[in-house]
Design a protein around this ligand. Structure first.
Ligand SMILES: Nc1nc2c(ncn2[C@@H]2O[C@H](COP(=O)(O)OP(=O)(O)OP(=O)(O)O)[C@@H](O)[C@H]2O)c(=O)[nH]1
Ligand SMILES: [Mg+2]
Length: 423
């Protein structure tokens, strides 16, 4: 089975806690601080690889978690870093935040990588808080929580040319004809249920990749037939090859069909402006004068029709040359061509300043750095409380609080906890 959509949950690892520890000897009974720091939590990474072709595996496994960091030990021993988790996805996978729909990464090249959840940092042990002024600190940090999120994966096949058309017009036959690809061809609609990719030699020494997409019908964008969910795969193609059935085997009119499908295409912003080549297939079933009449009829409508036959091979060579020319005229977007294979996406915004607000008569401080301080510091010791106060001073929080009328001894809320600050 071929699956091109999935929703998964990823969680990075928690950082390990720092330790408060003192190395005591007979000559130094107070001891020297030697509490080690916790290791960082593992990241969750997505990596595009050619060896995976579908998102099928995500039907069975939905939850992914990287390793937690180890706690710091005595003797300045650093906790072990949590192991990163690398999830392999097919090349062409687009990653979205499942909640907002925002695109987080577009893994369009082999080896492209995105860090989708960053591991929590390890907490520092008391050794790290030692300095000339603080020789025996009872201060340590907890490890930071990891990140977790639901993400949506969407596969978009990568092809130069996307073959679209009504069911049964001969899209798969055409792909089979121009490439060595064996695809299922049958005299009924909806034979093709998943995109097929094939490589064709153009004849001028170049080659191109074609994607044969499942047939579309009128109202596809409203979910009719197989719906337009496969049109997504045409969004990466640089040229659309729109195939119509000149012989009208299904009793349909090729020109009207072309117009109907154009309407489905117009419903997709990413497809609207793509260059389109129109091929009239099954020309072998019509007498030559009928073929010319059709070409004429299309021209009247402003469309250049290329009569072909996937069975006899008529017009195929010219069609491939034309597609090759169109591709040269429409080179891949620069960004995609120049993008390094390895690209790490940073998802966590850098430190943002804090704000002070007054809520129900109480001062509240908000901001990632300040809240992180509250979350991470183990505030159960006197030393840590003093350190906390110093940090607030350094970050400019105390000054900001005073401007808002803060008096030493009154309480302030930070990160869901209340503090009595001496100011
Ligand atoms: N005479 C003739 N028959 C053709 C030609 N191309 C395709 N056919 C026949 O048309 C039928 C449909 O061909 P397919 O290639 O399966 O059509 P498709 O567009 O891929 O169809 P779906 O996958 O169902 O959308 C088959 O019976 C083919 O043998 C052609 O050029 N001439
Ligand atoms: Mg087909």
């Amino acid at each position: 089975m071929w699956v091109d959509e999935a929703k998964i949950h990823v969680a990075s690892g928690r950082g390990g806690n720092g330790l408060i520890s003192f190395h005591r000897t007979r000559t130094n009974p107070r001891g020297t601080p030697d509490g080690g720091s916790g290791g960082r939590g593992g990241d969750v990474l997505l990596r595009a690889t050619r060896s995976v072709g579908t998102l099928l595996q995500f039907q069975n496994q939905i939850h992914f978690r990287a390793g937690h960091g180890g706690h710091g030990g005595p003797n300045c021993r650093q906790g072990k870093n949590g192991t990163d988790l690398v999830i392999h996805v097919p090349v062409g996978t687009v990653v979205r935040d499942a909640g907002t729909g925002e695109i987080l990464a577009d893994l369009a090249t082999d080896g492209a990588e995105a860090r989708i959840a960053r591991g929590g940092r390890g907490g520092r042990g008391n050794k790290a808080f030692t300095n000339s002024a603080r020789q025996a600190p009872w201060i340590r940090e907890f490890g930071e929580e990891g990140e977790e999120r639901w993400i949506r994966l969407e596969l978009r096949v990568l092809a130069d040319v996307g073959i679209i058309g009504f069911p049964n017009v001969g899209k798969s036959s055409l792909l089979a004809r121009v490439s060595r690809r064996k695809v299922k061809v049958a005299p009924y609609p909806f034979t093709t249920l998943a995109p097929n990719l094939g490589l064709a030699e153009v004849g001028d020494g170049s080659s191109l990749v074609l994607a044969d997409l499942p047939g579309l019908i009128e109202g596809a964008h409203e979910g009719k037939g197989l719906g337009d969910r496969f049109l997504r795969h045409a969004t990466r193609a640089r040229v659309l090859l729109h195939v119509v059935d000149l012989a009208g085997v299904e009793g349909r009119d090729p020109l009207a069909d072309h117009g109907l499908l154009r309407r489905e295409i117009e419903a997709w912003e990413e497809l609207r402006a793509k260059p389109e080549v129109v091929a009239g297939n099954k020309a072998d079933l019509l007498p030559p004068e009928r073929v010319s009449a059709e070409v004429h009829r299309f021209r009247e409508a402003g469309i250049e029709l290329h009569p072909i036959s996937a069975v006899t091979g008529r017009g195929i060579r010219e069609l491939l040359l034309l597609l090759g020319r169109k591709l040269q005229e429409n080179p891949p977007p620069l960004a995609a061509a120049e993008a390094p294979a390895r690209r790490v996406w940073q998802l966590t915004p850098d430190r943002v300043p804090f704000e002070v607000a007054e809520e129900e008569g109480q001062l509240v401080v908000r901001g990632p750095a300040v809240e992180r301080l509250v979350r991470r510091l183990d505030l159960s010791t006197r030393d840590a409380q003093e350190y906390f106060q110093t940090r607030l001073e350094r970050l400019g929080v105390l000054a900001a609080l005073k401007r808002r009328g803060f008096r030493p001894g009154s309480t302030v809320r930070i990160g869901g906890q209340e503090f009595e600050l001496t100011g």
